[in-house]
Design a protein around this ligand. Structure first.
Ligand code: GLP
Length: 238
């Protein structure tokens, strides 16, 4: 049966601590778990808290495996705007994870179709994510699954919408540097995770409400989460 817990918190710090607690609990429960990870501003505090907990000796990432949701097309991992770089910089470089166990789709692959097939098969081969962390875009996108006529089942490449390009432009030196394409887990890939943890700041309040209580429609990709059996949403009110 579908079940969604909505935890409302007052601050970004509270959201980060709660999200990191849940991820930490998953690692304790299954030290060789597969964590599905996300990028963006929302999870930065969560990753900082995980790093702090690792430094305190509370967390051990030595057997953890990770799969990231998405990556920009055309950017290599040494590009500071790539999601691989983001993950190294915000988490992997600061904990005892084996980098060989961290996976991000290769947005610089020559054959992106083949890369999409490879990444989907790889995720399946390791049993999918035990816990998938998600942020949400202002248009309800999860990963880079933009509003569409259908829910994409598998890893695929996607053309980013103007609204997503504009939202992400803040992280680039020039707007024209923002890639217009990305490779992302599909909605089907995301939905196969055992547990889902969605974190959202106060600016996402309206879209979270629409996603959780409105109709299930690919025009609001996150609305599909209403059908997942185990979703926790941490919504920051300020
Ligand atoms: C990007 C990522 C998403 C993320 C979204 C929201 O588009 N591909 O995975 O959820 O941004 O990011 P933020 O948390 O910065 O608002």
């Amino acid at each position: 049966m579908a079940s969604t817990r909505i935890l409302k918190v007052k601050t970004y710090e509270e959201m980060s601590v709660l999200a990191a607690s849940m991820i930490g609990a998953q690692v304790l429960l299954k030290p060789d778990c597969v964590l599905g990870l996300a990028t963006g501003s929302s999870p930065i505090g969560t990753y900082q808290t995980l790093v702090e907990n690792y430094r305190k000796g509370i967390l051990d990432f030595s057997r953890v495996r990770t799969v990231n949701l998405d990556e920009y097309c055309g950017l290599t991992g040494d590009n500071p705007n790539s999601y691989r770089y983001f993950m190294n910089d915000n988490l992997f470089d600061h904990v005892n994870i084996d980098k060989a166990n961290t996976h991000v789709p290769n947005g610089a692959a020559e054959d992106l179709e083949a890369e999409a097939v490879r990444y989907e098969q790889f995720i399946e081969s390791i049993g999918g994510a035990d816990l998938q962390l998600l942020g949400i875009g202002h248009n309800g996108h999860i990963g880079f699954n933009e509003p569409d006529d259908c829910f994409p089942p598998k890893v695929h490449t996607v053309a980013l919408t103007e609204s997503t390009i504009n939202a992400n432009a803040r992280l680039f030196e020039r707007r024209e540097d923002v890639p217009t394409q990305a490779i992302t887990m599909g909605i089907g890939t995301i939905m196969k995770a055992n547990k889902i943890l969605l974190i959202a700041g106060a600016d996402k309040k309206d879209i979270v409400e629409k996603a959780l209580f409105g109709p299930v429609t690919p025009q609001v990709p996150a609305s599909v989460l209403q059908l997942h059996r185990d979703v926790t949403v941490i919504l920051c009110e300020n």
